[in-house]
Design a protein around this ligand. Structure first.
Ligand SMILES: Cc1ncc(COP(=O)(O)O)c(C=O)c1O
Length: 300
């Protein structure tokens, strides 16, 4: 299915009411047929929902859509983008590990590294994200993760994902990309060699300033490693927010096209102004490598 079709067609199974729009399963917990059914669910011998901190059909719909749109195997939704980042670090790192972090990361991500990772014996080094040649000398024996944001918030710096992924493969480092600004419509880092994608769904995924949310997309094995943290620590996405975000994905392509063409119009207008010395056009890494940004192509 095409991106836009997936964003619309992937839905929770229709209920007996044959609803047109996807329902919200606004429930804290689920009922069991009998004690044996409950035992089997808790023992992982049967598939089904137990409690919405563990799984919820509306949240699962959003996760399935995000995994498909990012070309990943699986996803976990979280209450916020920061919860997605924290859950990733908490699940994939241990005391004594080291991470390389782009110097251009969102303020709260920086605070998590400074205030919590340090406290728990996980070291980090900020790398000059725009000078890849300088990264090599920062790798340590215990480096587990390279963490970047591209485009970064707020500077909109762009990192070549494919090149960064080659670097990670050479050094056996897990490559985590915060893809919140480009969204999977403009950039799919997993197809360029990244291992884990993080989103603050609060941004363009919602796109209308209504809810907070986050999501982690990766291979099944990595998602399985993160799931116990989600289940037990509990930064789960609410079914209502998941429903809003699922519905938002239906219009993501149209909204991103408009964002791109609006940005191009503003850039062109700025270029025509004598007070403006230079307008810098960022180039987004597309699936063909560093190429003309789709936004530029679409705006002609
Ligand atoms: C790039 C980036 N990552 C993560 C976050 C955190 O997301 P949230 O506010 O949903 O926790 C933000 C928020 O602005 C962001 O811009």
């Amino acid at each position: 299915m095409h991106f836009e079709t997936k964003a619309i067609r992937i839905q929770t199974e229709r209920s007996q009411h044959h609803e047109h729009s996807t329902p919200i399963y606004a429930t804290s917990s689920f009922v069991f047929d009998d004690a044996e059914h409950m035992r089997a669910l808790f023992a992982n011998e049967a598939e089904g929902n137990i409690y919405s901190r563990f799984t919820n059909p509306t949240v699962r719909e959003f996760e399935t859509k995000m995994a498909e749109l990012e070309e990943g195997e699986d996803a976990i939704a979280t209450a916020t983008g920061m919860a997605a980042i924290f859950a990733t670090f908490a699940s994939l790192l241990s005391s004594g590990d080291h991470i390389l972090m782009s110097r251009a990361v969102f303020g709260s991500t920086y605070r998590v590294a400074e205030d919590y990772l340090n406290k728990w014996g996980i070291q980090h080094t900020y790398i000059d994200h725009l000078n890849m040649d300088s990264w090599e000398s920062e790798v340590c024996k215990n480096t587990k993760i390279l963490y970047i944001e591209t485009p970064s918030n707020p500077g909109l710096d762009i990192i070549d994902i494919r090149k960064a992924s080659d670097f990670c493969k050479t050094h056996n480092i897990l490559f985590v990309v915060d893809n919140c600004f480009a969204t999977p419509y403009l950039q799919q880092p997993l197809t360029l060699g990244a291992d884990v994608i993080i989103h603050s769904a609060t941004k363009y995924i919602d796109g209308q300033g209504r809810v907070l949310g986050g999501v982690i997309v990766s291979r099944k094995k990595i998602i399985e490693q993160i799931y116990p943290f989600m289940k037990n620590a509990g930064p789960s996405l609410s079914p209502f927010n998941a429903w809003v975000l699922s519905k938002s994905l239906e219009t993501l392509a149209i909204r991103m096209d408009r964002h791109c063409s609006n940005a191009m119009l503003i850039a062109q207008w700025l270029e025509s102004r004598p007070e403006v010395l230079k307008v810098k056009y960022p180039f987004l890494p597309t699936n063909d490598g560093f190429d003309v940004a789709r936004s530029q192509m679409k705006a002609g």
